[in-house]
Write a protein that binds this ligand. Structure first.
Ligand code: MN
Length: 201
């Protein structure tokens, strides 16, 4: 996908994630927030070498550059939310296979991995993301501000929980940890996460 970058349609209808993520939240989050990141990104990259890059390469090329903060913020969020919606497609499933083995090795247990993602997200001050990532052969969590992600930090994204208030406030108000836990246990398709892990190993 090169510029102009386009907002992908949701891979399910807007009630698919309810009640954990209600229809109104999905409509605003995808149709307004996610769409706006694309609308802001395109004029920023138009006519530059980044217009011919993939969205992921724009994220990598703009990260940490003082004069490209606007590009990074919008490209990062455009990429993050595509990942976010896709990880729920197919429906909730159990952690299994190599992902389960590595969760037990790196977090003590599958529950330990879930708790780490919740705690990492609870610890993000203000807006950001809690990611499960593969970094140097290990599963880790990354709590990051704004639109950052494991790709920007040289790791592989496996699961990403949006902890901006727009992601949960209508459904959970201030209860961010409860929201994260419910997303992990009721929405994430862990088979999809496991496939991403296998591809990256
Ligand atoms: Mn968001």
């Amino acid at each position: 996908m090169a510029a102009p970058f386009e907002l992908p349609a949701l891979p399910y209808d807007d009630t698919y994630l309810a009640p954990v993520i209600g229809q109104e939240t999905v409509q605003l989050h995808h149709g307004k927030h996610h769409a706006t990141y694309f609308a802001k990104l395109n004029p920023l990259v138009e006519g530059t070498e980044m217009a011919d890059m993939s969205l992921e390469d724009v994220v990598k090329a703009s990260f940490g550059k003082a004069d490209m903060k606007g590009v990074f913020n919008n490209a990062g969020q455009a990429w993050n939310h595509i990942f976010y919606w896709n990880q729920f497609a197919g429906g909730s499933s159990e952690v299994s296979g190599r992902l389960k083995e590595m969760a037990e090795r790196d977090f003590g247990s599958v529950d330990g991995m879930m708790d780490a993602i919740v705690n990492t997200g609870a610890g993000v001050f203000g807006s950001g993301w809690s990611w499960l990532a593969l970094e140097n052969g290990k599963l880790v969590t990354q709590g990051v501000p704004g639109g950052e992600n494991p790709v920007a930090h040289g790791a592989t994204a496996l699961c990403g929980i949006d902890v901006w208030e727009h992601a949960y406030y209508l459904d959970y108000q201030n209860r961010r940890p409860d929201h994260i836990k419910d997303v992990l246990t009721k929405l994430v398709n862990w088979s999809w996460v496991g496939e991403r892990l296998e591809e990256a190993l």
